[in-house]
Write a protein that binds this ligand. Sequence first.
Ligand code: NCD
Length: 311
Amino acid sequence: MRFAHRHLLGIEHLAQSDITAILDLAEKYVDMNRQSSKHSDVLAGLTQINMFFENSTRTQASFELAGKRLGADVMNMAMQASSIKKGETLIDTAMTLNAMHPDLLVVRHPHSGAVDLLAQKVNCAVLNAGDGRHEHPTQALLDALTIRRAKGRLHRLNIAICGDVAHSRVARSNLILLGKMENRIRLIGPPTLVPAQFAEFGAEIYDDMTEGLRDVDVVMMLRLQKERMDGGFIPSEREYYHRYGLDAAKLALAKPDAIVMHPGPMNRGVEIDGTLADDINRSVIQEQVEMGVAVRMATMELLARNLGQAA
Ligand code: NCD
């Protein structure tokens, strides 16, 4: 199997076969990560630099652990404290790091397209860990692995993505991935947060949870991304929870074995009921975190195989 990519910038660049290859390899790492000894030398000798220009808890920890378990030398740049604050441009920072010969650069940035731009300037493999509202490919891949394991397949499922779709790179990457794998996707939320143009992705749009959730196999909740809003998107959090927050009563409309997902961080009592989020019979939120490490190990292994080749 040939994974013919130099970077992982977005799901939009991947074929169905690439997605399946990543998930299949990740399965091996799920098993490895459950052993007491979780080490391999697949990335031995390679240098991985994590550059997070936006806050992150699980994504950064997951990439760091993934690199360390594969034997890479991993460095986390504290971007808040870096020269960026002194006015250095993104490209200057990238060129400086490039001169230190990293092999894998993991980048999160608040601006859509910034990671693609950076990838054009450096010699190493670049992994997009989230750029603005654009893409968050490893999140969609870990969600896909979680769904495939819970449902036994990743095609012909009815999947609802609910809430703040407009500001969400997670929603965008998932829409692209789940569409490529031939699922039926519904987007549910108020029109301010689910603009009509998302129908272009082939999704059905609902502004009523009780209609949209009917008979779905997967319910994916999104965080209300207040930091990306400039006011006026929802009347109040209380009203939002009432209409769009997932609780047991609304979930009862989905299939009896429907799973509940959330990429984290969660606003309990805003987009999801805390008790439901913790219900291990319905919620796979912890599995998503577990799959995240395995999927990142798999993508870094596949990209590392192509280092030094013109792809
Ligand atoms: C998401 C992100 O940063 O895009 N979180 C994550 O990576 N797990 C979603 C979010 O911030 O709501």
